[in-house]
Design a protein around this ligand. Structure first.
Ligand SMILES: [Zn+2]
Ligand SMILES: [Zn+2]
Length: 296
């Protein structure tokens, strides 16, 4: 197992303090511009020319704050280190600063709380939310960085979010945090949502505390047997939009046992068009087919 090592770590307060100046953020932007031109190393003079400063001593002062935190210096000049690249990309992505506009978008789906089929998607404070128009139940919420919204139509944002949800969930349930790359512990736990308690598959990053969760039953939606089951009925289960998965899951039977013992076992009976397919899942979410009814 590997651990933190190498150079002495930088305290978070020092790292963020190093950015507490528009000129130092401008230095990072200068590296972003240079990278677009295929350059990763800049000399003192090149950085000075890219900024609007009154003197070279001012630049020395700012570079002193950045060196070792976000920049490394070599004989050729200055370059971003790994942390510098991460911050520079976050600045470019607008994660800290931008609040893109998003006109509420009408979607169709089946509300689990009422007979309504009209949904509305909104985007605020970095959160994409889909609600039922009739009963205002929140169907799904997903955190989406500004860069995923800017430059796309509302419809395209939803499509991009849809593939992002699948990807991040698959990576997280595979044991890797999609935010920081750290180790994600995967477990089945009960959560309250929409006034009822359901079993969820939760991937919790031990490093950055990021949590990704989805109803545990949704995990079987991508199992080949389930994909084939729906495909026989003309439904591509891999293409069901994330805000409408509940419509399919609500017809299933889900039973979770052994939660208290820490060794949960999940039984799922997938039901569609009068046929069923029974599956089971272990604590590590490995899926086995138990039985199926209906035409093969
Ligand atoms: Zn509703
Ligand atoms: Zn993480």
């Amino acid at each position: 197992m590997t651990d933190v090592g190498g150079e002495s770590p930088v305290e978070p307060a020092d790292a963020f303090g190093a950015l507490a100046s528009e000129h130092r953020v401008a230095v990072l932007r200068a590296f972003a511009d240079a990278e677009r031109d295929g350059d990763r190393t800049l000399s003192f003079t090149e950085i000075y020319d890219a900024l609007e400063l009154d003197s070279t001593s001012q630049l020395s002062y700012h570079l002193d704050h950045l060196e070792g935190v976000f920049l490394r210096r070599s004989e050729e000049g200055y370059a971003l280190n790994r942390a510098g690249e991460d911050v520079m990309r976050a600045v470019l992505a607008g994660s800290f600063t931008e609040t893109p506009t998003f006109e509420p978008l009408s979607l169709s789906g089946e509300c689990p709380g009422c007979p309504g089929t009209a949904f509305e998607a909104t985007y605020e404070d970095g959160l994409l939310t889909v609600r039922c128009v009739d009963c205002e139940m929140r169907i799904v919420t997903y955190d989406l960085p500004p860069a995923a919204v800017v430059g796309r139509s509302e419809r395209q944002v939803l499509e991009a979010c849809d593939s992002r949800v699948r990807h991040e969930y698959a990576v997280a349930v595979g044991g890797t945090c999609a935010k920081c790359g750290g180790v994600a512990a995967v477990r089945v736990e009960e959560r309250e949502s929409r006034g009822r308690t359901d079993a969820y598959a939760v991937a919790h990053c031990e490093r950055c505390n990021n949590r990704v969760f989805a109803p545990v039953a949704a995990h079987v939606l991508f199992h080949p047997a389930v994909v084939a089951f729906y495909w026989r009925h003309g439904v591509d289960s891999t293409a069901i939009p994330f805000w409408d998965i509940g419509r399919y899951l609500d017809a299933w039977d889900v039973e979770v046992t052994g939660l208290e013992s820490g060794e949960p076992s999940v039984s799922v009976t997938v039901r569609y068009a009068g046929e069923s397919l029974a599956l089971s899942m272990d604590a590590d979410l490995s899926v086995a087919v138990v039985a199926s009814t209906g035409a093969e």
